[in-house]
Design a protein around this ligand. Structure first.
Ligand SMILES: [Zn+2]
Length: 466
Protein backbone atom coordinates (compact mmCIF):
# COMPACT_ATOMS: atom_id res chain seq x y z
CA UNK A 1 0.00 0.00 0.00
CA UNK A 2 1.31 3.47 -0.86
CA UNK A 3 2.43 5.46 2.21
CA UNK A 4 -0.27 8.11 1.66
CA UNK A 5 -2.98 5.45 1.56
CA UNK A 6 -1.60 3.85 4.71
CA UNK A 7 -1.55 7.23 6.52
CA UNK A 8 -5.12 8.03 5.46
CA UNK A 9 -6.32 4.60 6.54
CA UNK A 10 -4.69 5.00 9.96
CA UNK A 11 -6.23 8.47 10.31
CA UNK A 12 -9.68 7.16 9.45
CA UNK A 13 -9.28 4.37 12.02
CA UNK A 14 -8.08 6.85 14.67
CA UNK A 15 -11.18 8.96 14.07
CA UNK A 16 -13.58 6.04 14.43
CA UNK A 17 -13.45 4.16 11.16
CA UNK A 18 -13.90 4.76 7.46
CA UNK A 19 -17.56 3.63 7.44
CA UNK A 20 -18.49 5.96 10.27
CA UNK A 21 -16.88 8.92 8.47
CA UNK A 22 -18.57 8.08 5.18
CA UNK A 23 -21.91 7.72 6.98
CA UNK A 24 -21.82 11.42 7.91
CA UNK A 25 -23.74 13.12 5.08
CA UNK A 26 -24.51 16.34 6.91
CA UNK A 27 -23.05 17.98 9.99
CA UNK A 28 -23.92 20.92 12.17
CA UNK A 29 -21.26 22.60 14.29
CA UNK A 30 -22.08 25.10 17.01
CA UNK A 31 -19.73 27.17 19.10
CA UNK A 32 -18.22 30.55 19.73
CA UNK A 33 -14.86 32.26 19.52
CA UNK A 34 -13.18 35.01 17.59
CA UNK A 35 -12.69 36.33 14.07
CA UNK A 36 -9.64 38.34 13.13
CA UNK A 37 -9.38 41.24 10.69
CA UNK A 38 -6.33 40.28 8.60
CA UNK A 39 -4.30 43.39 7.80
CA UNK A 40 -6.02 45.62 10.34
CA UNK A 41 -3.63 45.96 13.26
CA UNK A 42 -2.04 48.69 15.35
CA UNK A 43 1.40 48.19 13.79
CA UNK A 44 2.48 45.96 10.90
CA UNK A 45 3.82 43.43 13.42
CA UNK A 46 1.03 43.38 16.00
CA UNK A 47 -1.91 40.94 15.91
CA UNK A 48 -5.00 41.89 13.95
CA UNK A 49 -8.00 43.48 15.65
CA UNK A 50 -10.72 41.00 16.56
CA UNK A 51 -14.44 40.40 16.57
CA UNK A 52 -16.02 38.28 19.29
CA UNK A 53 -18.09 35.53 17.70
CA UNK A 54 -21.24 34.19 19.35
CA UNK A 55 -23.99 31.95 18.03
CA UNK A 56 -21.65 30.33 15.50
CA UNK A 57 -23.47 27.64 13.55
CA UNK A 58 -22.09 25.93 10.46
CA UNK A 59 -24.19 23.39 8.57
CA UNK A 60 -22.69 21.35 5.75
CA UNK A 61 -24.28 18.97 3.26
CA UNK A 62 -21.20 17.19 1.87
CA UNK A 63 -22.66 15.31 -1.10
CA UNK A 64 -24.63 18.31 -2.31
CA UNK A 65 -21.69 20.73 -1.82
CA UNK A 66 -23.76 23.10 0.28
CA UNK A 67 -22.82 25.07 3.38
CA UNK A 68 -24.35 27.74 5.56
CA UNK A 69 -22.63 29.70 8.33
CA UNK A 70 -24.30 32.10 10.68
CA UNK A 71 -22.76 34.01 13.56
CA UNK A 72 -22.98 37.27 15.45
CA UNK A 73 -19.80 39.35 15.39
CA UNK A 74 -19.17 42.04 17.99
CA UNK A 75 -16.24 44.41 17.42
CA UNK A 76 -13.56 44.21 20.11
CA UNK A 77 -11.90 47.38 18.82
CA UNK A 78 -13.09 50.94 18.30
CA UNK A 79 -15.17 50.88 15.14
CA UNK A 80 -17.17 53.79 13.71
CA UNK A 81 -19.78 51.70 11.87
CA UNK A 82 -21.98 48.78 13.04
CA UNK A 83 -20.34 47.22 16.08
CA UNK A 84 -22.61 44.16 16.08
CA UNK A 85 -23.07 42.32 12.80
CA UNK A 86 -25.29 39.28 12.10
CA UNK A 87 -23.56 37.24 9.43
CA UNK A 88 -25.21 34.71 7.19
CA UNK A 89 -23.05 33.16 4.43
CA UNK A 90 -24.01 30.33 2.11
CA UNK A 91 -22.79 28.36 -0.85
CA UNK A 92 -24.47 25.78 -3.09
CA UNK A 93 -22.01 24.43 -5.69
CA UNK A 94 -20.79 27.57 -7.51
CA UNK A 95 -23.47 29.90 -6.18
CA UNK A 96 -22.54 31.96 -3.11
CA UNK A 97 -24.76 34.45 -1.34
CA UNK A 98 -25.24 36.27 1.95
CA UNK A 99 -28.37 37.20 3.79
CA UNK A 100 -29.20 40.29 5.80
CA UNK A 101 -32.34 39.45 7.75
CA UNK A 102 -34.55 37.88 5.09
CA UNK A 103 -32.90 39.84 2.31
CA UNK A 104 -30.81 37.71 -0.07
CA UNK A 105 -27.73 39.42 -1.55
CA UNK A 106 -27.03 39.33 -5.28
CA UNK A 107 -25.05 36.29 -6.39
CA UNK A 108 -21.46 36.69 -5.20
CA UNK A 109 -18.31 36.15 -7.22
CA UNK A 110 -17.07 32.76 -8.42
CA UNK A 111 -14.04 33.34 -6.26
CA UNK A 112 -16.21 33.61 -3.12
CA UNK A 113 -18.03 30.41 -4.08
CA UNK A 114 -14.70 28.62 -4.63
CA UNK A 115 -13.40 29.79 -1.24
CA UNK A 116 -16.55 28.56 0.50
CA UNK A 117 -16.28 25.18 -1.24
CA UNK A 118 -12.72 24.92 0.08
CA UNK A 119 -14.07 25.71 3.54
CA UNK A 120 -16.24 22.58 3.33
CA UNK A 121 -13.05 20.62 2.74
CA UNK A 122 -11.18 22.34 5.57
CA UNK A 123 -13.73 20.78 7.91
CA UNK A 124 -12.37 17.66 9.73
CA UNK A 125 -15.08 15.38 8.36
CA UNK A 126 -14.98 17.05 4.94
CA UNK A 127 -11.25 16.50 4.48
CA UNK A 128 -11.37 12.90 5.73
CA UNK A 129 -14.28 12.09 3.40
CA UNK A 130 -12.22 13.60 0.56
CA UNK A 131 -9.08 11.73 1.61
CA UNK A 132 -10.92 8.39 1.65
CA UNK A 133 -12.83 8.96 -1.59
CA UNK A 134 -11.24 6.79 -4.33
CA UNK A 135 -12.30 9.36 -6.94
CA UNK A 136 -9.76 11.83 -5.49
CA UNK A 137 -6.00 11.76 -5.99
CA UNK A 138 -3.63 11.43 -3.03
CA UNK A 139 0.08 11.88 -3.35
CA UNK A 140 3.35 13.58 -2.42
CA UNK A 141 3.56 11.86 0.97
CA UNK A 142 6.21 13.37 3.23
CA UNK A 143 7.06 13.59 6.90
CA UNK A 144 7.44 17.03 8.47
CA UNK A 145 8.39 16.87 12.16
CA UNK A 146 5.78 14.70 13.84
CA UNK A 147 3.33 15.13 10.97
CA UNK A 148 2.57 13.01 7.94
CA UNK A 149 1.68 15.29 5.07
CA UNK A 150 -0.32 14.38 1.95
CA UNK A 151 -1.56 16.39 -1.02
CA UNK A 152 -5.12 15.72 -2.14
CA UNK A 153 -6.65 16.74 -5.46
CA UNK A 154 -10.41 16.27 -5.67
CA UNK A 155 -12.15 15.00 -8.78
CA UNK A 156 -13.28 18.57 -9.53
CA UNK A 157 -9.79 20.01 -9.17
CA UNK A 158 -9.67 21.42 -5.63
CA UNK A 159 -6.21 21.05 -4.10
CA UNK A 160 -5.58 20.61 -0.40
CA UNK A 161 -2.79 19.50 1.89
CA UNK A 162 -3.74 17.27 4.81
CA UNK A 163 -1.39 16.78 7.72
CA UNK A 164 -1.83 13.96 10.19
CA UNK A 165 -0.37 13.69 13.69
CA UNK A 166 2.14 10.82 13.43
CA UNK A 167 1.52 9.70 17.03
CA UNK A 168 -2.26 9.96 17.44
CA UNK A 169 -2.90 9.49 13.70
CA UNK A 170 -5.65 12.11 13.99
CA UNK A 171 -5.85 14.83 11.30
CA UNK A 172 -3.89 17.88 12.48
CA UNK A 173 -4.58 20.50 9.83
CA UNK A 174 -5.73 21.23 6.29
CA UNK A 175 -4.13 23.82 4.01
CA UNK A 176 -5.60 25.30 0.85
CA UNK A 177 -3.98 28.01 -1.26
CA UNK A 178 -5.69 31.23 -2.22
CA UNK A 179 -4.99 34.69 -3.57
CA UNK A 180 -5.33 37.55 -1.10
CA UNK A 181 -5.08 40.83 -3.02
CA UNK A 182 -2.54 42.45 -0.66
CA UNK A 183 -0.54 39.31 0.19
CA UNK A 184 -0.73 37.41 -3.09
CA UNK A 185 -0.39 33.63 -2.93
CA UNK A 186 -1.16 32.58 0.63
CA UNK A 187 -1.90 29.42 2.55
CA UNK A 188 -5.14 29.18 4.48
CA UNK A 189 -4.66 26.63 7.24
CA UNK A 190 -7.32 25.21 9.54
CA UNK A 191 -5.82 23.47 12.57
CA UNK A 192 -7.71 20.83 14.56
CA UNK A 193 -7.26 20.42 18.34
CA UNK A 194 -8.90 19.10 21.50
CA UNK A 195 -10.43 15.92 20.04
CA UNK A 196 -13.45 14.45 21.82
CA UNK A 197 -15.73 11.54 21.19
CA UNK A 198 -18.95 12.48 19.36
CA UNK A 199 -21.28 9.52 18.72
CA UNK A 200 -18.32 7.22 18.11
CA UNK A 201 -16.26 9.67 16.02
CA UNK A 202 -13.27 11.59 17.39
CA UNK A 203 -13.74 15.23 16.40
CA UNK A 204 -11.79 18.41 17.20
CA UNK A 205 -13.44 20.86 19.60
CA UNK A 206 -11.20 23.70 18.44
CA UNK A 207 -10.95 24.89 14.84
CA UNK A 208 -8.44 27.65 14.15
CA UNK A 209 -8.01 29.16 10.69
CA UNK A 210 -5.12 31.39 9.66
CA UNK A 211 -4.48 33.27 6.43
CA UNK A 212 -0.72 33.51 6.14
CA UNK A 213 0.26 34.68 9.65
CA UNK A 214 -3.13 36.29 10.35
CA UNK A 215 -5.81 34.60 12.47
CA UNK A 216 -9.07 34.57 10.55
CA UNK A 217 -11.23 32.45 12.81
CA UNK A 218 -10.80 30.62 16.11
CA UNK A 219 -13.87 28.59 17.10
CA UNK A 220 -14.38 26.55 20.25
CA UNK A 221 -17.00 23.95 19.36
CA UNK A 222 -19.73 23.36 21.93
CA UNK A 223 -21.65 20.80 19.92
CA UNK A 224 -21.48 18.64 16.80
CA UNK A 225 -24.68 17.13 15.41
CA UNK A 226 -24.05 14.33 12.93
CA UNK A 227 -26.59 13.88 10.15
CA UNK A 228 -29.02 16.56 11.24
CA UNK A 229 -31.87 17.46 8.95
CA UNK A 230 -29.88 20.16 7.17
CA UNK A 231 -33.04 21.93 6.06
CA UNK A 232 -32.86 23.63 2.73
CA UNK A 233 -29.32 24.72 2.05
CA UNK A 234 -30.11 25.02 -1.66
CA UNK A 235 -29.54 28.33 -3.41
CA UNK A 236 -32.65 30.52 -3.79
CA UNK A 237 -34.35 30.07 -7.19
CA UNK A 238 -33.73 33.71 -8.07
CA UNK A 239 -29.95 33.12 -7.90
CA UNK A 240 -30.09 29.78 -9.68
CA UNK A 241 -31.81 31.52 -12.60
CA UNK A 242 -28.68 33.62 -13.23
CA UNK A 243 -26.25 31.86 -15.55
CA UNK A 244 -23.07 33.27 -14.09
CA UNK A 245 -21.78 35.33 -11.23
CA UNK A 246 -21.99 39.05 -11.99
CA UNK A 247 -18.83 40.80 -13.17
CA UNK A 248 -17.16 43.26 -10.82
CA UNK A 249 -18.84 46.67 -11.06
CA UNK A 250 -16.82 49.17 -13.10
CA UNK A 251 -14.53 51.54 -11.21
CA UNK A 252 -15.28 55.21 -11.67
CA UNK A 253 -12.99 57.99 -10.47
CA UNK A 254 -14.31 61.55 -10.35
CA UNK A 255 -12.18 64.66 -9.84
CA UNK A 256 -13.34 67.77 -8.08
CA UNK A 257 -11.09 70.83 -7.65
CA UNK A 258 -10.96 71.81 -3.96
CA UNK A 259 -8.83 74.88 -4.53
CA UNK A 260 -6.01 75.88 -6.88
CA UNK A 261 -3.83 72.85 -7.56
CA UNK A 262 -5.71 70.44 -5.26
CA UNK A 263 -8.25 67.86 -6.45
CA UNK A 264 -10.42 65.43 -4.57
CA UNK A 265 -10.59 62.10 -6.44
CA UNK A 266 -13.84 60.39 -5.50
CA UNK A 267 -16.25 58.08 -7.30
CA UNK A 268 -16.76 54.40 -6.59
CA UNK A 269 -14.81 52.87 -3.71
CA UNK A 270 -14.63 53.10 0.05
CA UNK A 271 -12.27 56.05 0.22
CA UNK A 272 -11.06 59.07 -1.71
CA UNK A 273 -7.61 60.29 -2.73
CA UNK A 274 -6.32 63.87 -2.97
CA UNK A 275 -4.00 65.10 -5.74
CA UNK A 276 -1.58 68.02 -5.19
CA UNK A 277 0.05 69.98 -8.00
CA UNK A 278 3.67 70.94 -7.42
CA UNK A 279 5.80 72.90 -9.95
CA UNK A 280 6.91 69.92 -12.00
CA UNK A 281 4.95 66.94 -10.66
CA UNK A 282 1.84 65.76 -8.88
CA UNK A 283 1.65 63.99 -5.51
CA UNK A 284 -1.21 61.78 -4.35
CA UNK A 285 -2.42 61.47 -0.76
CA UNK A 286 -4.07 58.05 -0.29
CA UNK A 287 -4.30 55.18 -2.77
CA UNK A 288 -7.10 52.83 -1.72
CA UNK A 289 -8.81 50.36 -1.72
CA UNK A 290 -8.34 47.77 -4.44
CA UNK A 291 -5.89 47.28 -7.28
CA UNK A 292 -8.52 48.32 -9.85
CA UNK A 293 -9.42 51.50 -7.97
CA UNK A 294 -5.76 52.38 -7.41
CA UNK A 295 -4.96 51.99 -11.11
CA UNK A 296 -7.90 54.21 -12.07
CA UNK A 297 -6.87 56.87 -9.53
CA UNK A 298 -3.29 56.91 -10.88
CA UNK A 299 -4.62 57.32 -14.44
CA UNK A 300 -6.92 60.13 -13.35
CA UNK A 301 -4.09 61.92 -11.53
CA UNK A 302 -1.88 61.73 -14.63
CA UNK A 303 -4.64 63.40 -16.66
CA UNK A 304 -5.22 66.35 -14.33
CA UNK A 305 -2.44 68.58 -15.65
CA UNK A 306 -1.18 68.13 -19.20
CA UNK A 307 2.50 67.23 -19.23
CA UNK A 308 2.85 67.11 -15.46
CA UNK A 309 3.47 63.58 -14.23
CA UNK A 310 2.33 61.94 -11.06
CA UNK A 311 5.56 60.88 -9.38
CA UNK A 312 4.78 60.00 -5.77
CA UNK A 313 2.06 58.77 -3.47
CA UNK A 314 1.45 58.97 0.26
CA UNK A 315 0.27 55.59 1.59
CA UNK A 316 -1.43 56.80 4.76
CA UNK A 317 -1.15 53.65 6.91
CA UNK A 318 -0.38 49.93 6.65
CA UNK A 319 -3.98 48.65 6.85
CA UNK A 320 -4.95 46.47 3.90
CA UNK A 321 -7.67 48.84 2.68
CA UNK A 322 -5.27 51.80 2.58
CA UNK A 323 -2.25 49.88 1.27
CA UNK A 324 -4.14 48.05 -1.49
CA UNK A 325 -2.63 50.41 -4.07
CA UNK A 326 0.97 49.87 -2.99
CA UNK A 327 1.95 47.31 -5.63
CA UNK A 328 0.25 49.21 -8.47
CA UNK A 329 2.08 52.35 -7.38
CA UNK A 330 5.41 50.51 -7.50
CA UNK A 331 4.55 49.00 -10.90
CA UNK A 332 3.96 52.56 -12.13
CA UNK A 333 7.31 53.76 -10.78
CA UNK A 334 5.83 56.03 -8.10
CA UNK A 335 7.87 56.92 -5.02
CA UNK A 336 6.17 55.61 -1.87
CA UNK A 337 5.87 58.12 0.97
CA UNK A 338 4.85 56.46 4.23
CA UNK A 339 5.58 56.33 7.92
CA UNK A 340 8.97 54.69 8.50
CA UNK A 341 7.46 51.81 10.51
CA UNK A 342 5.70 50.63 7.34
CA UNK A 343 8.75 50.37 5.09
CA UNK A 344 9.88 46.82 5.96
CA UNK A 345 6.30 45.54 5.81
CA UNK A 346 5.70 47.23 2.44
CA UNK A 347 8.96 45.80 1.05
CA UNK A 348 7.65 42.37 2.00
CA UNK A 349 4.31 43.06 0.27
CA UNK A 350 6.14 44.22 -2.85
CA UNK A 351 8.36 41.11 -2.92
CA UNK A 352 5.52 38.59 -2.51
CA UNK A 353 4.47 36.17 -5.24
CA UNK A 354 1.17 36.78 -7.00
CA UNK A 355 1.03 33.77 -9.32
CA UNK A 356 -2.57 32.65 -8.70
CA UNK A 357 -4.02 36.03 -9.66
CA UNK A 358 -1.16 38.02 -11.22
CA UNK A 359 -1.51 41.73 -10.48
CA UNK A 360 0.08 44.60 -12.39
CA UNK A 361 3.37 44.37 -10.48
CA UNK A 362 3.54 40.59 -11.02
CA UNK A 363 3.09 41.19 -14.76
CA UNK A 364 5.81 43.83 -14.93
CA UNK A 365 8.73 42.17 -16.66
CA UNK A 366 11.53 44.43 -15.49
CA UNK A 367 12.02 44.01 -11.75
CA UNK A 368 10.99 47.30 -10.24
CA UNK A 369 13.12 48.88 -7.60
CA UNK A 370 10.69 50.37 -5.12
CA UNK A 371 11.68 53.82 -3.90
CA UNK A 372 10.63 55.04 -0.47
CA UNK A 373 10.53 58.45 1.17
CA UNK A 374 10.04 57.43 4.81
CA UNK A 375 8.45 59.89 7.23
CA UNK A 376 9.58 59.89 10.85
CA UNK A 377 7.77 62.67 12.71
CA UNK A 378 7.26 65.16 9.93
CA UNK A 379 8.01 65.67 6.23
CA UNK A 380 7.48 68.97 4.41
CA UNK A 381 6.88 68.68 0.66
CA UNK A 382 7.34 72.18 -0.68
CA UNK A 383 8.18 74.15 -3.79
CA UNK A 384 7.02 77.42 -5.41
CA UNK A 385 3.62 75.99 -6.32
CA UNK A 386 2.55 73.93 -3.32
CA UNK A 387 3.24 73.02 0.29
CA UNK A 388 1.97 69.81 1.84
CA UNK A 389 3.18 69.01 5.36
CA UNK A 390 2.93 65.41 6.49
CA UNK A 391 2.71 64.56 10.17
CA UNK A 392 2.88 61.24 11.96
CA UNK A 393 -0.34 60.99 14.00
CA UNK A 394 0.70 60.42 17.61
CA UNK A 395 -0.84 57.79 19.89
CA UNK A 396 -3.53 56.72 17.46
CA UNK A 397 -5.10 53.58 18.95
CA UNK A 398 -6.17 52.22 15.52
CA UNK A 399 -3.08 52.54 13.33
CA UNK A 400 0.21 53.62 14.86
CA UNK A 401 1.62 54.31 11.39
CA UNK A 402 -0.93 56.92 10.33
CA UNK A 403 0.08 60.10 8.48
CA UNK A 404 -2.07 63.22 8.16
CA UNK A 405 -1.57 66.11 5.76
CA UNK A 406 -1.69 69.87 6.23
CA UNK A 407 -1.87 72.55 3.55
CA UNK A 408 -0.85 75.79 5.30
CA UNK A 409 -1.89 78.11 2.43
CA UNK A 410 -5.51 76.96 2.52
CA UNK A 411 -5.58 75.60 6.08
CA UNK A 412 -6.76 72.22 4.82
CA UNK A 413 -6.49 69.18 7.07
CA UNK A 414 -6.17 66.07 4.89
CA UNK A 415 -6.75 62.90 6.91
CA UNK A 416 -7.78 59.27 6.81
CA UNK A 417 -9.30 57.23 9.62
CA UNK A 418 -9.47 60.05 12.18
CA UNK A 419 -12.90 61.39 11.27
CA UNK A 420 -15.54 60.57 8.66
CA UNK A 421 -18.61 62.72 8.06
CA UNK A 422 -20.84 59.66 7.68
CA UNK A 423 -19.65 57.66 10.67
CA UNK A 424 -22.15 56.65 13.36
CA UNK A 425 -19.63 57.31 16.14
CA UNK A 426 -16.26 59.05 16.36
CA UNK A 427 -13.95 56.78 18.36
CA UNK A 428 -10.85 58.83 17.45
CA UNK A 429 -12.25 62.31 18.15
CA UNK A 430 -9.94 62.91 21.09
CA UNK A 431 -6.91 61.67 19.16
CA UNK A 432 -7.74 63.92 16.20
CA UNK A 433 -8.11 67.01 18.39
CA UNK A 434 -4.90 66.24 20.31
CA UNK A 435 -2.91 65.91 17.08
CA UNK A 436 -4.35 69.12 15.64
CA UNK A 437 -3.35 70.88 18.86
CA UNK A 438 0.09 69.23 18.99
CA UNK A 439 0.90 70.52 15.49
CA UNK A 440 -0.68 73.93 16.28
CA UNK A 441 -3.04 73.71 13.31
CA UNK A 442 -6.11 75.87 12.83
CA UNK A 443 -7.98 74.09 10.03
CA UNK A 444 -10.46 75.87 7.86
CA UNK A 445 -11.70 72.68 6.17
CA UNK A 446 -11.38 68.94 6.69
CA UNK A 447 -10.65 66.71 3.68
CA UNK A 448 -11.29 63.12 4.81
CA UNK A 449 -10.57 59.85 3.02
CA UNK A 450 -13.98 58.65 4.20
CA UNK A 451 -16.87 61.05 3.67
CA UNK A 452 -17.45 64.67 2.69
CA UNK A 453 -15.25 67.76 2.78
CA UNK A 454 -16.60 69.94 5.60
CA UNK A 455 -15.81 73.23 7.29
CA UNK A 456 -13.80 72.56 10.44
CA UNK A 457 -16.50 74.20 12.57
CA UNK A 458 -18.93 71.54 11.38
CA UNK A 459 -16.45 68.77 12.16
CA UNK A 460 -16.10 70.07 15.70
CA UNK A 461 -19.88 70.07 16.15
CA UNK A 462 -20.18 66.51 14.83
CA UNK A 463 -17.33 65.24 17.01
CA UNK A 464 -19.12 66.40 20.11
CA UNK A 465 -22.46 64.95 19.03
CA UNK A 466 -21.12 61.37 18.94
ZN1 LIG B 1 -9.79 53.88 6.44
Amino acid sequence: MAPESRAVQAAAEAMGGKEKIQAVKTVSIQGEGENGNPGQSLTPDSPATKWKVTGFKQTIDFDNKRMHIEEVRTAQFPFPLDNVVNQSESVDHDIAWNKTGDQVSPRMSDRTARERQLEILRNPIGIMRAAIDPANKRGNYRQEGNRQVIDITTADGQMLTLSINAESHLPASVISAMDQPNLGDVDVETTFADFQDVDGLKLPMRLTTKIDKWMQSDIRVSRYILNPNAGSLAAPDSLKAENAAPADPPVEVTSEPLTKGIWLLGGTGASTSVAFEFSDHLTLFGLPDSEARARAVIEKAHSLRFGKPLTEVVIVNHHFDHSAGLRVAVANGLIIITQRANVAFFKDLIARKHTMVPDELAKTLAPQRAQFKPVDDELVLKDDAMELDLYHVKENPYADTLLMGWVPRERLLVQADLYGSEWATHPWAENLLKNVELRKLNPERDVPSHGRVEPWAEVLQNLHKK
